[in-house]
Write a protein that binds this ligand. Sequence first.
Ligand SMILES: Cc1ncc(COP(=O)(O)O)c(C=O)c1O
Length: 453
Amino acid sequence: MARPSTPRPVASPDLLTAADLMAVLPMTAEVKDGHLWIGGVDTVELAREAGTALYVMDEATIRFQLSEYVKWTRYHWKDVDVVYAGKAFLTLAMVKIVEEEDCCLLCASGGELAYAVRAGFPMDRVQMHGNNKTPAELAEALDAGIGRIVVDNFEEMERLSALASERGVTQRVLIRVTPGVAADTHDFIITGAEDSKFGFGLNQGLAMQAVKRAIELPGIEFEGLHMHIGSQIFALHSFAKAIEVMVGFMREIQVETGHSVRMLDVGGGLGVAYGVPDEPSTVKDFGKVVVDGIKEECERHGLTVPRMAVEPGRSIVANAGVTLYTVGSIKEIPGIRTYVAIDGGMSDNIRTSLYGAHYEALVADRADQPREMIATIAGKHCESGDIVVKDAPLQHLEVGDIVCVCATGGYCHSMSSNYNKQVRPGVVFVRDGAWRWSLRRETYDDLMRSDLG
Ligand SMILES: Cc1ncc(COP(=O)(O)O)c(C=O)c1O
């Protein structure tokens, strides 16, 4: 999972204004009348009208990122599927955008699949992965007519074969392979042991065994291979290394079974800027390294170039989103720390408590002013670890101000909870000067909907 990227120096007021934070904000962000605007909407006014805490998603940024992936992968090879990883952020409006941008959808559960079905997403463009899909989820996927299933283990493969045979259908599958290359944000690690709960390892011959079994089983059609080497990856050479391993394996498959691999899915993982010093690779460079890398390796091994897939999640939505909160109290502990308490916390953003994620923050009402103080943005939950941003440079602020935490579009709403019976914030999409609810804020009735009393 994600790790913090660039190591952070000890925080000190950095005097940056919102104009200096554009790298972590949505592409439509601007400062007008001292306020932060996104998608042509004044975020301070929006917070007043829609209430806080509130997730704000910039539609233009999402569409742009999806189109960049389509453009810079298909620039190098005609047959590339851009499969948006719904786990990063998923609402019905998001599914619609993915469809309109000519992309596919990756589902990690029956629930995510249900979103695709409800939104009327074309099922041949849906893929399902996961290391323990239940029999019910496999059946749901088959009954929905899903495009591909990424098979993770032998039990699942047998189960899927039986379920598909019962239904008289043949399901296209990819075999998830652990290539023994793990990305470490800025570099890669060759992991001989392949200690992973996901997929089949190459070294012990399990991946080859899985491919052979997939070829012989009824009800499934072996189409190709899948990998996913990590998340928040800055080093493109880790993708290149894994591709080298995977195409080498494609050649072994050809030699040992006579079957050619028609599809190679390299997963997701491209990093994003959470902090001002972060400099992630561009989608353009990613497309070149991945697509040209596969082509060159295939040429070296004398293989036909397969159809390809990439599965971006975070890099589509993270910088498209911000979370707006209202400051409820400011607690100054002399000589120690200042805590700014906001009306949300680990229930809407678990990433800081979970793995020390770093975010930039600013005061939306004073976006043109320099960040002259350091404060820790604390949530309202009953955990001292409930911190959203530790030691954040911030503009001077007052109770009632709107704090904007940047780059929260990925893995915040999708990992949110009702801890302390907190209702989840709503999600609004902003575009061309207007905003609309994608998800309304939950109510107490929502909390008790499934409680049978
Ligand atoms: C199989 C697979 N594909 C794609 C992704 C999306 O990764 P990211 O959001 O880092 O692009 C994930 C996330 O962990 C994943 O497990």
